[in-house]
Write a protein that binds this ligand. Structure first.
Ligand SMILES: [Zn+2]
Length: 539
């Protein structure tokens, strides 16, 4: 499994003894997709390599993706903009736009739907929906020669972390790493890593060898809703199995190999002004969705992720670059309800299929004798849209009936209308104190968000049919909101901070570290003074 590019690069590693005085020349920002604070807390004592090193820095173990709709695209949009989705405009992975001609009326967060041939599934990748600048763009405004490079297992993660016109942006599309950037020469290292990844994908992989800690977690759990049992798997896969490849640590290894290769290719961290390398590692998310978070599978993924990140940091050490790392997650996650119940979470369950927008919309249209159409658009939690082809009076009638029927459902915690949400100010208090409507407000952007928002009860997993995925995230609850934030620089000793922080605080903190001014009040986040080497502006 060990990636040969990283291994070769790491061979010349020497431990760094850099002193903290000058600003770092390279900011490395890593997002581990679905790396909940619960996972970090559980595995922290097990980490021995890269994640152990980063955990020796300043650790905010109670950080938040504070908003309600805890999905990949909104989460990544907060990390390097300093803003909640209410400002970034990235309210979900997808949203409904009834003004567009495509039949599903669904827009993907990182697409340009005006491009010919773009659809919500086969989309043309673009940053156009991101409404605010990223750190890389701010760095370029001050230092035009500064480079921004983004590498990810998912297009939306790479796009949201690097915004408009980065120097390089690469993401996995199922068979290789591709870019949406036009007129940018393809570095030969990309072709090399693509060959390596394609060879890996085409090769059968046997089971990974578990540590004693992971072995103790192996227990087969039956899954309701048609899915296969999970819990005692070692991430083996057949040749050419794309889903199996994505849900394996090898995928993160390849993404890190590409990141390391681009550091050399672009000579990152070698010039007068600082550069930015944004990396999003997607395998943890696919492992979580495929097997849940508390089995042998996730344990193996955590073990290998630690090692892969360690190998990557050794490459940076060996290049003599003065770098700083921030690591966080786009959202948290939750285990399968079947195993949670065994662990004593009595209310853990799967959602009632009747909650889905299509099913509920059909019922309401019939009950209210409305003139056909879907009635409601959306999924089974979060934003719901009312069919705008109905007359105003019919829409009002439908909204009232939908809110009432969802509120009365035993799996629903709360329902808020767009009017209620819009009238709520975006909170400025610590994220752990936010009410449900405040969380929903931070996800709300007028013109993109729905007509009402459904909050499912805690411990309801919104997957009834488990044939593809068995576990997920996306809720307002802290298992999906709480994530770690780690800041690390060679030679700087840190501490674990219990006080909460937000992922919107990463941009102002890194900006302060490199002497990049951020206008007070221009973003939602705040510079974190606990991080050594930051010179936070007065608040
Ligand atoms: Zn996910």
């Amino acid at each position: 499994m060990r990636n040969f590019i990283l291994a070769a690069m790491a061979a010349v590693a020497t431990p760094s003894t850099a002193q903290p005085a000058p600003p770092p020349k390279l900011l490395v920002v890593i997002s581990v997709d679905q790396f909940s604070a619960n996972l970090f807390d559980e595995y922290r004592p097990q980490f021995v390599s890269g994640l152990a090193r980063l955990a020796s820095g300043t650790v905010f173990r109670n950080s938040y993706q504070s908003h309600a709709l805890t999905e990949t695209c909104p989460g990544h949009s907060t990390i390097l903009t300093g803003d909640h989705p209410s400002r970034t405009g990235i309210v979900g992975n997808t949203w409904v736009d009834q003004s567009i001609s495509r039949s599903d009326k669904t827009v993907y967060c990182a697409e340009d739907e005006t491009q010919p041939g773009s659809s919500s599934i086969a989309y043309k990748v673009s940053p156009k929906h991101l409404l605010v600048p990223t750190l890389g763009e701010l760095m370029k405004r001050k230092w035009p020669a500064s480079r921004t490079v983004a590498v990810s297992g998912k297009d939306r993660a790479a796009v949201m972390m690097s915004g408009q016109q980065p120097d390089q942006r690469w993401y996995w599309t199922g068979k290789q790493y591709e870019t949406d950037l036009v007129g940018v020469a393809v570095p030969t290292v990309v072709t090399k890593v693509n060959l390596l990844a394609a060879r890996g994908l085409a090769t059968e992989r046997g089971p990974l060898e578990p540590t004693t800690f992971c072995q103790a977690k192996a227990r087969e759990i039956p899954i309701s809703g048609g899915g296969k049992p999970v819990g005692a798997g070692r991430l083996a896969r057949k040749a050419g199995d794309q889903a199996g490849f994505r849900a394996s640590p090898e995928f993160d290894g390849d993404t890190l190999a590409l990141a390391a290769a681009l550091v050399d290719e672009m000579q990152l961290g070698k010039r007068a002004n600082p550069d930015l390398l944004a990396i999003s590692l997607s395998a943890t998310d696919y492992v979580g969705h495929s097997y849940g978070t508390e089995g042998e599978e996730m344990c193996l993924q955590m073990t290998e992720l630690d090692r892969e990140v360690g190998d990557f940091l050794k490459v940076l050490d060996s290049r003599g670059i003065d770098y700083a790392v921030a690591l966080t997650a786009d959202h948290g996650g939750k285990d399968v309800p079947e195993r949670e119940r065994l662990a004593g979470v009595a209310d853990a369950t799967r959602s009632d299929p009747a909650l889905g927008a299509a099913t509920m919309g059909k019922k309401l249209v019939a009950d209210l004798k409305l003139p056909g159409g879907p009635g409601l658009l959306g999924e089974n939690f979060g934003d719901f849209w009312i069919d705008r082809r109905l007359r105003a009076s019919e829409r009002t009638q439908l909204l009232r009936a939908a809110v009432a029927i969802y509120r009365a459902h035993p799996q629903v915690e709360a329902v808020f209308t767009a009017r209620q949400i819009g009238a709520t100010p975006v909170p400025r208090t610590p994220p752990e104190t936010w009410t449900l409507i405040q969380r929903v407000r931070a996800s709300y952007h007028a013109g993109r968000s729905g007509d009402f928002y459904v909050v499912l009860k805690r411990d309801v997993t919104p997957i009834a049919d488990t044939s593809r995925y068995v576990a997920t995230h996306g809720s307002v609850w802290d298992y999906d909101r709480r994530v770690p934030i780690l800041f690390w620089r060679p030679g700087l000793t840190g501490a674990t901070v219990e006080r909460s922080a937000e992922t919107t605080d990463i941009l102002p903190t890194l900006a302060a570290m490199i002497g990049l001014p951020v206008q007070t009040g221009s973003i939602d986040g705040h510079c974190l003074r606990d991080v050594p080497g930051t010179n936070c502006p007065p608040r």
